[in-house]
Design a protein around this ligand. Structure first.
Ligand SMILES: Cc1cc2nc3c(=O)[nH]c(=O)nc-3n(C[C@H](O)[C@H](O)[C@H](O)COP(=O)(O)OP(=O)(O)OC[C@H]3O[C@@H](n4cnc5c(N)ncnc54)[C@H](O)[C@@H]3O)c2cc1C
Length: 396
């Protein structure tokens, strides 16, 4: 059996590794357009191993995150990849947020997240001495890791198992035949019996090439980070998060400790004017036109333009970003923040303008397409791989 995988991010590599492990007789080939692996979402995320607090019980996210954490923890330990259970504190800054924090506690319990504790007053300050807030939910097992290192280890496993990663191989055409799939990758044509598409921010375009529906489209949201300036990293001990607003689950200033040292503050979420535009000035007319043409995006923009404007203000003006961050750490000064890197979220959007919340994976005969795998996609990568590999091999 010849299996092709498009995309050498953490999900494509995890899927390829798992397929090679389950079917040692198969030839597994990963096609990646860049000259290295993990250059997009996988190499530009927050590095958090989410414990499964937020996700709707019963959803794919809830299930695969819990399974994924256990697998990733064991894998990092075995492969000596940094994995630090620094813990996460989610804080309600005022009484209006306490109800939503209680709902998170309920979800976390239902999802089986271990060790959760409800904290008030000074108990909060014992965990994070500089944090503000009237109540907090503490997850001691939430961890941080290095997802690039995890992706490299997945590639090593794949290659040891006889599979390969072809770099500099952009997939530009997919033709699905009766039993096989022909793929144009760079200058070459390749034929596979099964194809799995894990193309991140381009997953909708590749899905369409493979004959899938147009929707959901991907809307790229850039997440810009600041960093705590050297000498101020002790403002936060572990991970300090806001209570998410159900309408904007990925918004709100987070403080995230890194395994490499230092603390990131962010990311925010502003519309990216190019799908891989990591700088504010990066614009690709084709990408922008596709976003603006999408009915889902227009509905989203009409409904949420105020929030969009607020995020943009924080992006353009460090003082506004710092003011938001000060709600959680009142002693933070604007000069404590220095510019950090940026990542782009591949967020799928349904035509009615709602953000696709759960992981979305479509099986279309010989082709499987990951159409939505936002956070906690990296945390869940090994469980997503099991889920996809079972389905791909069952269909064979
Ligand atoms: C700012 C930010 C913070 C995040 N924080 C966290 C976190 O703390 N914890 C967590 O669990 N998750 C987090 N996530 C989510 C996580 O990073 C993603 O779920 C995960 O990386 C998705 O992996 P992927 O392999 O699907 O995508 P990617 O890593 O984006 O990989 C897709 C790959 O496909 C390739 N590709 C695309 N088109 C083609 C083509 N035509 N031909 C060949 N190759 C192609 C790309 O070059 C790329 O290498 C975060 C994401 C972002 C953006």
């Amino acid at each position: 059996m010849r299996i092709g995988v498009v995309g050498a991010g953490i999900i494509g590599l995890a899927v390829a590794r798992r397929l090679a492990e389950l079917r040692p007789d198969a030839t597994v080939t990963v096609l990646e357009k860049e000259s290295d692996i993990a250059t997009h979402q996988t190499g530009r995320n927050s590095g958090v191993v989410h414990a499964g607090i937020y996700y709707a019980p019963g959803s794919l996210k809830a299930r695969l995150c819990r399974l994924g954490v256990a697998q990733l923890h064991a894998y990092c330990t075995e492969r000596k990849i940094p994995y630090e259970e620094c813990g996460k504190l989610v804080v309600a800054v005022d009484e209006s947020e306490v109800g939503r924090l209680r709902e998170l506690e309920r979800r976390a319990t239902e999802n089986g997240v271990p060790g959760m504790r409800w904290l008030e007053g000074d108990e909060l300050r014992e965990i994070e001495p500089h944090a503000a807030g009237v109540a907090g939910l503490h997850s001691p097992t939430t961890a941080i890791t290095d997802y690039r290192a995890v992706a490299r280890a997945f590639r090593d496993d794949l290659e040891t198992g006889g599979g390969s990663v072809v770099l500099g191989a952009p997939v530009t055409a997919i033709v699905v035949g009766a039993d096989t799939v022909r793929v144009r990758a760079g200058e070459e044509e390749r034929e596979f019996d099964r194809l799995v598409v894990c193309a991140g921010v381009y997953s909708d375009r590749l899905a369409r090439l493979a004959g899938d529906e147009d929707e959901p489209v991907i809307v790229p949201f850039r997440g810009e980070y600041h960093r705590l300036a050297p000498g101020r990293e002790d403002l936060v001990r572990g991970l300090l998060y806001p209570v998410p607003d159900p309408a904007y689950p990925f918004l709100g200033v987070h403080f995230t400790r890194r395994v490499s040292g230092g603390v990131d503050v962010g990311p925010n979420a502003v519309l990216a004017l190019a799908r891989e535009g990591y700088r504010r000035r990066d614009v690709r007319i084709g990408d922008l036109a596709a976003t603006l043409r999408s009915p889902g995006f227009r509905r989203l923009a009409r409904r949420h333009w105020r929030m969009g404007a607020r995020e943009l203000r924080g992006s353009l003006w460090r003082g506004a970003f710092a003011a938001e961050a000060r709600r959680y750490v009142p002693t933070l000064r604007t000069e404590d923040l220095v510019p950090g890197p940026a990542g782009i979220r591949a967020q799928a959007l349904d035509p009615d303008g709602s953000l696709v919340d759960d992981f979305r994976i479509r099986h279309l005969g010989q082709v499987t397409v990951v159409r939505n795998a936002p956070s906690p996609g990296a945390t869940s990568s090994m469980a997503i791989a099991d889920h996809i590999a079972d389905e791909v091999l069952r269909a064979s």
